[in-house]
Design a protein around this ligand. Structure first.
Ligand code: ATP
Length: 588
């Protein structure tokens, strides 16, 4: 990860605080790391993101329903899902400064911190010679990284530094060299903060623990959910029994998730409390599709993703959801060229996953995951069936009828074809035969495609994308820098700001209030009566408000108002009815 625009994130964070988007949690007590509060504008922004996601994922589809489950669930859920045993990050502790950090983030922390900055300074003007390095370890290094081996024992280190400098090409190489004690063959694992020696990485489970009930007993330990998805799997039988849906169909959930991230960083990007928007879209196993349709459509068939087909296999469903998600991201305001698809390589995939795509956005601190879309096979429902002893199967009458049409020879041939296919994928042939026998009875555990996104990461991406500064010159030739958040109108926290030209003319003021109230019922509007109109515009530009409406003396004569567009700064006069019609077209 490289820091592509080092100051942009700080500039955005400062705007977010100044305008009331995001505050540090518990700030009056010096804050708490990894937790963020959303202020008046930030909470509207998040609400708009969530509403847009829910509308497009659930309301506008007939094949997706929603749930809202509890944050604390039976701990057995996390055993079945694998989170208790494997949901961990590698953690190291510095033996010198005692700081804990995520071992695989050490170089990112180094690059972003004071120590990396100081090393980079040493490289100003090219790779440093031994003279400059020695001056550094005897001078500035004592303050920046006092626990580097070379800083602790400068004179003893000079010979091996002189020898090692020839192969140093980056500040990271130099740091490693300075961390290597004189006479040692291998470098120590250098702490990115102080240069001290870090412990070997150890897995650290990211789930927050809590106690349910009044007795602090290990038997009462529960966990704050680290993702919203598991409740969907655990409630699958109930939703299936009540929602009048048949596979393929989806269950969506939005809500808080908690991860005790070892090193929360990059503003809200990696928080310890955050919100997710997740969809589990259940599909038939390809073998059931084949029995029902006589074939399985794959990507090699170049299917039209706009027309859903019963014969789609998992691969097409997965691609379909990647495209759906991208369309939503664009509709929320991120341009298509601001994010990329990263298709995980086979050796990066979880053992049960068949494909996983990360949508990565070009954040100021590097191109990083915004959301993921995974084809997770039947792993999750199968795990819950195994651990709970409750069936997660569905029954499909049409599948049973299709199987009944096959004679014994055809059934045997189908069974052996599936067994050979499973064996080729490293799975048991016996398990394949048992699975096919259930299919012939019309029964199977659905497979799932999981688009999983984070509200906070989307909000951060939208803020980064929307932020702009431009120099504007007024009619008197005076220039000033205008800061704007160019949010898409559907996502902008405030849609329209209303300004009475003056506040001391009762008739004008009353007219402006009347117009404002009419619009306020429909959209999130803002009333601002103080300061010059130009200053009111600037405040709304920084809040990302796409439209400002000024009510003046002419309004009293002919009922027209002035509409000012945030992006073009153009102004037009139109009647209140025409204004409403225009905004309806844009905002709804
Ligand atoms: P990362 O690799 O960045 O830790 P992940 O692969 O663990 O992410 P998932 O478990 O797939 O993430 O979670 C789905 C989505 O939830 C992510 O794409 C992201 O948008 C969001 N998310 C996950 N962890 C965090 C976090 N600590 N802070 C904010 N959002 C998060």
């Amino acid at each position: 990860m490289q820091n592509t625009e080092p100051n942009k994130l700080e500039t955005i964070a400062s705007l977010c605080k100044r305008r009331g988007f995001i505050f540090q949690s518990s700030e009056i007590y010096d804050g708490i790391s990894g937790f963020w509060d959303y202020g008046p504008l930030g909470c509207e922004l998040k609400r708009n993101i969530k509403e847009s996601w829910w509308r497009q994922t659930v309301r506008l589809r007939e094949d997706v329903v929603g749930i809202e489950a509890t944050i604390i669930m039976h701990p057995a859920i996390w055993k079945a899902s694998g989170h208790l045993d494997t949901f961990s990050d590698p953690m190291s502790m510095c033996r010198d400064c005692k700081k804990l950090l995520r071992s695989d983030h050490a170089w990112d922390i180094f690059a972003d911190g004071d120590t990396g900055g100081a090393m980079a300074d040493l490289f100003a003007g090219g790779a440093p010679d031994i003279g400059r390095v020695v001056a550094w370890i005897k001078g500035r290094g004592k303050g920046v990284a006092p626990n580097l081996a070379a800083v602790k024992a400068p004179d003893a280190s000079i010979p091996h530094l002189a020898a090692g400098l020839a192969s140093v090409t980056s500040s990271r190489d130099l740091y490693t060299l300075l961390a290597t004690p004189a006479g040692a063959t291998a470098p120590t694992r250098a702490c990115p903060h102080c240069g001290g020696d870090m412990t070997e990485p150890r897995p650290f489970n990211l789930m927050f623990k809590t106690i349910v009930g009044p007795v602090e007993d290990p038997a009462n330990v529960a966990y704050l959910r680290p993702e919203t998805a598991q409740a969907i799997f655990a409630q699958f039988p109930n939703v299936y029994a009540t929602a009048r849906q048949t596979v393929p169909f989806g269950i969506a959930q939005m809500g808080k998730a908690f991860r005790n991230e070892v090193t929360p960083r990059n503003y809200t990007f990696r928080s310890r409390e955050f919100e997710q928007m997740e969809l589990e879209f259940f599909i038939k196993p390809d073998e059931a599709v084949e029995l029902l349709c006589g074939r399985v459509i794959t990507l090699a068939d170049n299917p039209d993703l706009a027309t859903i087909s019963d014969a789609w296999g998992w691969e097409v469903w997965h691609k379909y959801w990647v495209e759906q998600r991208k369309a939503w991201i664009i509709s929320a305001g991120l341009p298509a060229d601001s994010f990329v698809e990263y298709w995980q390589k086979p050796d990066e995939l979880a053992h049960y996953a068949r494909a996983c795509v990360d949508i990565e956005y070009a954040f100021p601190f590097g191109t990083q995951e915004l959301e993921g879309i995974a084809a997770r096979s039947d792993f999750d429902l199968s795990q819950h069936q195994k651990h709970s002893g409750k069936s997660m199967e569905v029954f499909d009458e049409a599948l049973k009828l299709a199987a009944n049409k096959l004679d014994d020879t055809a059934k045997a041939a189908f069974t052996e074809k599936v067994a050979a296919d499973w064996t080729a994928r490293g799975k048991s042939a016996d398990a394949a035969r048992a699975f096919v026998a259930r299919l012939f009875d019309g029964k199977y555990i659905p497979h799932v495609i999981e688009p999983s996104s984070g509200v906070d990461r989307m909000a951060l991406a939208l803020l980064c994308n929307a932020y702009a500064e431009e120099t504007v010159t007024d009619e008197k030739g005076k220039s000033e820098v205008r800061t704007i958040l160019r949010f898409a109108p559907n996502i902008a926290p405030i849609k329209i700001a209303f300004f009475p030209l003056v506040k001391n003319k009762p008739e004008l003021y009353a007219k402006a209030r009347e117009i404002f109230s009419g619009f306020q019922r429909r959209w999130n509007c803002f009333w601002d009566e103080s300061g010059a109109i130009g200053r009111r515009y600037r405040r709304m530009d920084e809040a990302g408000t796409p439209f400002c409406v000024t009510v003046d003396f002419q309004t009293l004569d002919d009922g027209t108002v002035t509409l000012r567009d945030r992006d073009t700064m153009k102004q037009e006069r139109l009647t209140v009815a025409a204004l409403k019609e225009k905004l309806e077209t844009i905002l709804d």
